[in-house]
Design a protein around this ligand. Structure first.
Ligand code: PEP
Ligand code: MN
Length: 337
């Protein structure tokens, strides 16, 4: 159930509607837009007649939402969500670059990386301290030591930190060291993890599962939102198809589809999306042209020696060139980067 309040409806009228919804068994989530307050009621009464609420004072309109996700729906926040972290706005005018290695390997590597990505114009450094690897024998990350290395380098270079949380037990550590908690493709439907992230008050970057539909991605976001954490961004990172020329098939169309269906910011990851460094620049340009609010790109001072995902990782010059070209594309569509 979505209730749109009249422009400037007084607090007393809003509260009366909230109380009515609560009495009817709904859990109410409130969204304060530029003009209207929207109340999202999540509850059991699907056969409820919206006219009952429409006659209340201060109510502009009331809709029964039939899509399976409600809080993630564009209707809930038509103007779109802008996630503000310090000076950085994700989902605003500027396309935000998040860049860094696949894995945190050492202090020297992260310091060099922070210098490269900050100078090129990225606002966030990425890097996994807990790595989901297909083989149990592969490098699995430095854990807390890796997070500390990221935090220190980010502070020196005025960057934010995004890093992956693989399990509920790691949440406190990620909350301590990172600014954005990444949920990896393999965990997109780890519902216990998603529920716990609903209780956290830090932004979450939720990656699309390798075989997940767009609706499944939105339903996973709904788990986090329904817990009360409204700061979720979605990430298209390629899906598994019959095509073998690229590591994954980057579903570029998912970007405009998501922008239509949801108010949540959309990030594109052309590194995992293609698996090959030569394709990262063209797909970054394309993703920004298609409406992505941000890019997640793997960058390493010496990509050929990276401990994970070297083939899809850019070197310093390649990333600097990427930022230059992305800035031009962003400018052409009335945005900045
Ligand atoms: C990553 O970003 O390093 C990562 C493991 O991505 P994904 O979960 O999309 O495979
Ligand atoms: Mn990677």
């Amino acid at each position: 159930m979505l209730v749109v309040m009249e422009e400037g409806a007084p607090e007393a009228q809003i509260e009366a509607v909230i109380n009515r919804l609560v009495d009817m068994g709904f859990t109410v989530h409130r969204s304060t837009g530029v003009r209207h307050t929207v109340l999202g009621g999540v509850g059991p009464l699907d056969d409820f007649d919206p006219a009952t609420l429409e006659v209340m004072e201060g109510v502009k309109e009331c809709h029964r939402i039939v899509s399976a996700y409600k809080l993630a729906s564009r209707h809930f926040k038509p103007a779109g969500t802008v996630i503000r972290i310090g000076k950085v706005e994700i989902g605003g005018q500027e396309v935000i670059a998040m860049a860094g290695p696949c894995s945190v390997e050492s202090e020297e590597q992260i310091e060099a990386c922070a210098e490269i990505v900050a100078t090129a114009g990225a606002k966030v450094i990425r890097g996994g301290a807990f790595k989901p690897r297909s083989s149990p024998y592969s490098f699995a990350g430095l854990g807390e030591a890796g997070l500390r290395i990221m935090r220190d380098a980010a502070n020196r270079h005025d960057l934010l930190v995004v890093s992956e949380v693989m399990d509920q037990v790691q949440i406190p550590l990620l909350v301590e060291y990172a600014d954005i908690l990444q949920v990896g493709a393999r965990n997109m439907q780890n519902f216990n993890l998603l529920r716990e992230l609903g209780k956290v008050r830090k932004p979450v970057l939720l990656k699309r599962g390798i075989a997940a539909t767009i609706e499944e991605l939105l339903l996973s976001a709904e788990y986090i939102l329904s817990g009360g954490n409204y700061e979720v961004m979605l990430c298209e990172r390629g899906i598994r198809t019959f095509e073998t020329s690229t590591r994954n098939t980057m579903d570029l169309a998912a970007i405009p589809v998501l922008r239509r269906l949801t108010h949540l910011p959309v990030i594109a990851d052309p590194s995992h999306g293609t698996g090959k460094r030569d394709y990262v620049l063209p797909m970054s340009r394309a993703a920004v042209a298609a409406g992505a609010d941000g890019l997640l790109v793997e960058v390493h001072p010496d990509p050929d020696r990276a401990l994970s995902d070297g083939a899809q990782t850019l070197g310093p010059q390649q990333f600097t060139e990427l930022m230059k070209q992305v800035r031009a594309i962003a400018g052409a569509i009335g945005r900045a980067a």
